[in-house]
Design a binder for this molecule. Sequence first.
Ligand code: CUA
Length: 312
Amino acid sequence: MNFGNFFLPPQKSTIAGEVDQLFNFINLVSAVILLGIVVAIVFFIFKYKRKSENDTTSLVDHNTTLEVTWTAIPLFLIIYVFIWGFQDFMKMRTTPGDSYEIHVTGKSWFWEYTYANGGKVLNDLYVPAGKPIKLVMTSSDVLHSFYVPDYRIKQDVVPGRYTTVWFEVMEPGESVIFCTEYCGRSHSDMIGKVVALEQSEFDEWLRSSGGKPEDMPLAEWGEKLYTSSGCQACHSVDGSQIVGPSFKGSWESARQFEDGTSGVVDENYIRESIINPSAKIVKGYPPVMASYDGLFSDEDLSAIIEYIKSLK
Ligand code: CUA
């Protein structure tokens, strides 16, 4: 039984088809039972309508056959669905031994991925297609949840402990990652994507893991980092206030800090604000930014500074 992609996202992982089969079965059975109950209600409304003043209901005792039937049928259905669901659950929880492992850290409000070679990227997760991938996940602040609808996987990401989830993408392509645990002001902007590549392309990507292309201007690379690193969740570039100060027109502007001191937005201020955001909190803004220490190379930091400079 498969309704294809009629009301579900495309099935892009090996487990997706099985999850949908069970989901569709439960939906279909529920719909049939609902229909049966509604038809019976409507039928009885007319059949037992009061016909005259002294038309009283005779004493209704019980009907053993009926009661056993309406207990047994749902019981068997539930046991059937439980066994089916448990088998799928075990498949989803049992990570294949040859899985490729990637570490994931949820932060307010972006995802950080660390590969075995030490390479780190933010928000966009690159994986090889046709190979089981195991994500070892934790959070550096509050509860987040890693959800890829196309893969039918969802797992809470919890501070202070590791949770894991695995999937295998069938074809190269892109799928959206949502954070699906309410985690604060910019929860809805905590969006990334999985990019599944052919193994050879993935190996190539891993070697360069997300550095600036040779011929790209610094400010342009800075803009790319701005969108791919989750900055846009809190800092606008059009002057509007989200969570943190807007980047627009901020270059060389004066800043008042919560501790009563003041300063000017220059290279060192921006660098410090990225690496150690709690050092200087701009007056009127919440001290919520996660540290990006170790996530950007010096070249990346220069690129972001150049990008902010360009936002007049
Ligand atoms: Cu992270 Cu919602």
